[in-house]
Write a protein that binds this ligand. Structure first.
Ligand code: SF4
Length: 278
């Protein structure tokens, strides 16, 4: 038995068992990352799709995902890879950091600026992010991380030297929403963001879910908090529209007028506010 210290959950994992994220296990009394190099998706995406709007706009980034996530959002847009345990993948289908960084380099002539760790929660296998990002940086390219921001600061400190830009989800300003609906932890997320903005280009995303986080008061609370961070009003915020998916099909897609109204409210405090999925 061993305790995993990667995220706020601190899973106590029995010998041979797996943590809540499905990506870390206890083997011989040690916590190991079981999805290291096991990728589920690889695509050359516009950087705006991450979304990042103020980091090399117009460029492309090779985007890679594995499986596993430490949150349980019922509206997950990528549940087919975030919630699997990788058993459907061929065991021998593993890519090394060297191979992946070489592929990223080969895509330079197609407008690629580097590598984005995305699709599932990349930090449940932060060792793969760290090892690969080092090599990408050595090749003079950029690293992007798309994360839910619920890893512990020790993990963030290990990867920060190699990450050039992040998009971090902040899914609500309500601890109750985080703990009851997402099975997450708001305070860990806020602490992660507070640290990341000091040493990295950070853009934030809030998915506005009907009747969950779509009030004007919650948007005011969010933008008040962001404006007090290092970088403050210059931190870009992406406000995204929800569509019913996965285990949240009991409500309609977010009304577009609400998204635009919340964006107007956000602009009272922030300079760079973008709407998505509208
Ligand atoms: S990273 Fe996975 S195994 Fe580790 S504490 Fe978080 S959910 Fe549990």
């Amino acid at each position: 038995m061993a305790v995993c210290e990667v995220c706020f959950r601190h899973c106590d994992i029995k010998e041979g068992g797996t943590g809540a994220c499905n990506a870390r296990a206890c083997v011989d009394g040690q916590i190991v990352c079981t999805n290291y190099g096991r990728i589920t998706a690889l695509a050359l995406d516009p950087i705006e799709k991450k979304p990042l709007s103020r980091f090399f706009p117009g460029s492309k980034v090779l985007s890679v995902g594995s499986y596993g996530c430490n949150l349980f959002c019922p509206f997950c847009q990528n549940y087919d890879i975030s919630r699997t345990d990788g058993s459907e993948l061929e065991p021998e289908n593993v890519i090394t950091p060297e191979e992946l960084s070489d592929i990223a380099f080969q895509f330079r002539d197609r407008g690629n600026i580097g590598l984005a760790f995305t699709y599932n929660e990349p930090l449940v296998s932060y060792e793969f992010v760290r090892d690969t990002a080092k090599l990408v940086k050595d090749k003079g390219m950029k690293n992007v991380l798309v994360t839910n921001g619920t890893a512990e600061l020790t993990v963030l400190e290990e990867i920060l030297p190699y990450i050039d830009a992040m998009n971090i989800d902040i899914k609500s300003m309500s601890e109750k929403t985080y703990s009851e609906i997402l099975k997450g932890d708001l305070e860990t997320t806020k602490t992660f963001i507070e640290r990341a903005v000091k040493d990295c280009h950070v853009e934030l995303t809030m998915l506005i879910v009907t009747d969950m986080n779509d009030s004007e008061d919650e948007m005011r609370e969010l933008t008040e908090w962001i404006s007090g961070l290092e970088g403050g009003s210059k931190i870009p915020l992406h406000i995204s529209r929800f569509f019913p998916r996965y285990n949240m099909t009991d409500r309609p897609a977010t009304n577009v007028d609400i998204i635009y109204r919340l964006a107007d409210i956000a602009r009272e405090k922030l300079e760079f506010v973008y709407t998505g999925n509208c």
